[in-house]
Design a protein around this ligand. Structure first.
Ligand SMILES: NC(=O)c1ccc[n+]([C@@H]2O[C@H](COP(=O)([O-])OP(=O)(O)OC[C@H]3O[C@@H](n4cnc5c(N)ncnc54)[C@H](OP(=O)(O)O)[C@@H]3O)[C@@H](O)[C@H]2O)c1
Length: 287
């Protein structure tokens, strides 16, 4: 199949550079803003048409959660108009579309894992634009699904793991919040799950339009940081603090664990435990 990756220089998109080495039956078209701007309908449509694309995996997004409060128009263009354009082009060219969304569509007031049917109530501009982006796919005529994920990290791009490893080497102790609960997700595992969905050959949105995916298990950012130091063998003391003592521009959900039973059931996806995947990622970073 001809698979188009948008946002291929980001964390998730970059993982497809690894995936393509194994998935030789597919041809991957890795594009980022310079090659293909997802907010340009004519450009997107032309690219899909000329390259006979069968599946689009939309990894492109505006992901700066706090900055989005100051740049709502840019966030909206990339996170809402982008998916709208991709969905229109996918429908026009009869190709499938897999779009990525976020746990930040929820307000975090639950204390049991969020299912795809739970009511969304984003707390900020980023979550709100991502939710409206989902709606663009769901209301379109494209054969498309949305996969919501959480706390993404990778050996590529900027993320919490890299920041903690850098700061841990510079400082003797760090304060990290322990009252926000979710699940760290290794972008490589998500990329593998997406490829499994494509390789299953199943029609998308046959059963549902939205799926949840993260690694297995639950953690606070404190637990995440603690395990990063332990696995990376960095001697830095992590102190647990409350979110009120670490104010950010956008309030984050206190609880955003995702229920993944639907994606497991419908596509027979095998999901690793988050600490195991963290160890794999850190090992890869050290190579
Ligand atoms: N990061 C997380 O913790 C997290 C958590 C849950 C869900 N997600 C979702 O997971 C997906 C992947 O996230 P990620 O962390 O891999 O994102 P990322 O690292 O920020 O990568 C996004 C990529 O998209 C590019 N891009 C921006 N505007 C574009 C446009 N108009 N056309 C084409 N490319 C464009 C970005 O380029 P520039 O860097 O030049 O802007 C960047 O290379 C996103 O949908 C995100 O919302 C992320």
């Amino acid at each position: 199949m001809n698979i188009l990756i948008t946002g291929a220089n980001g964390q998730l998109g970059s993982e497809f550079k690894e995936i393509q080495k194994k998935e030789k039956q597919h041809h991957f078209y890795l594009t980022d803003l310079e090659e293909l701007d997802i907010t340009n309908f004519i450009g997107v449509n032309k690219y899909i048409n000329e390259n006979d694309i069968d599946v689009i995996i939309n990894c492109a997004a505006y992901t700066a959660v706090d900055q989005a409060e100051d740049e709502p128009k840019i966030a909206q263009e990339i996170n809402v108009q982008g998916p709208e354009i991709l969905a229109k082009s996918a429908a026009k060219n009869a190709c499938k579309l897999i779009h990525i969304s976020t746990d930040y569509v929820f307000d975090g007031n639950k204390n049991t894992p969020y299912t795809e049917n739970d009511i969304v109530s984003p707390l900020g501009v980023y979550g709100s634009t991502k939710y409206r982006g989902e709606q663009m796919l769901i209301s379109s005529k494209a054969e498309a699904i949305v996969i919501r994920t959480s706390w993404l990290y990778s050996s590529y791009g900027n993320n919490f793991v890299k920041t903690m490893m850098r700061l841990g080497k510079e400082k003797e102790n760090l304060k990290v919040v322990y009252d926000q609960i979710g699940t760290p997700t290794y972008a490589y595992d998500l990329a593998l799950a997406i490829i499994s969905i494509i390789n299953s050959g199943k029609k998308l949105n046959r059963k549902r339009s939205i799926y949840h995916f993260s690694n297995h298990g639950v953690a606070s950012w404190y637990d995440f940081a603690f395990n990063i130091m332990e696995i990376a063998n960095i001697d830095c003391y992590i102190s647990p603090i409350e979110s009120k003592d670490f104010p950010t521009k956008t309030v984050r959900p206190f609880y955003s664990v995702l229920n993944k039973s639907n994606i497991i059931k419908d596509f027979d996806i095998k999901i690793p435990y988050w600490k195991d995947s963290l160890a794999v990622c850190i090992k890869r970073m050290k190579k």
